[in-house]
Design a protein around this ligand. Structure first.
Ligand code: FES
Length: 162
């Protein structure tokens, strides 16, 4: 695909937001994560086509950008549900029952880790420490951090998300 066509994959609004990020960074590659997050905010995930277009816009290779995406687990390279649920599996949460909590979340949603509910409402993914270890066990639903998660409250918690 020609360079112009690749960049045209992105909307004017996306390009505009990415350029605004680049404007206050020392080099365009430093905007890599922000640029992917911008596209993800607009589209829900970052497709191969979007990734290639972002890479061209930032003047880097698609492979280099893809490797950054791979190490940053908040960039979704597959379509996800309307709400991404991430149960922390790091040490403090593990000690406080994260493994059992994950199983109860799986049971409640009827999906396994890495899957999306049939109605497209939730995708369940793993996550490392969310930085709230004193409130373990924790999980994220979208951008909401849920602390001291009690299994018996899962119905109430998930009921708050359409
Ligand atoms: S270990 Fe779960 S929030 Fe830190």
């Amino acid at each position: 695909m020609a360079e112009a066509a690749l960049i045209e994959v992105l909307t004017d609004a996306e390009v505009c937001e990415i350029e605004a990020e680049c404007a206050h960074l020392p080099d365009r590659k430093s905007a890599a994560i922000d640029a992917m997050m911008i596209v993800q905010r607009h589209r829900g995930w970052v497709s191969d086509e979007s990734l290639a277009a972002i890479a061209r816009l930032l003047g880097m290779s698609t492979a280099a950008l893809d490797s950054i995406a791979t190490f940053y687990n908040l960039i979704y390279r597959q379509p996800v549900g309307r709400h991404v649920v991430m149960v922390c599996d790091s040490v403090s949460c593990y000690v406080m029952g994260a493994d059992g909590l994950r199983k109860q979340v799986e049971e409640h949603l009827g999906i396994k880790l890495g899957e999306t509910t049939d109605d497209g409402r939730f995708t369940l993914l793993p996550i490392v420490c969310l930085g709230a270890c004193d409130k373990a066990p924790t999980m994220m639903i979208g951008e909401d951090l849920i602390e001291n998660v009690a299994a018996e409250k899962l119905g109430e918690i998930f009921g708050g998300y359409e």
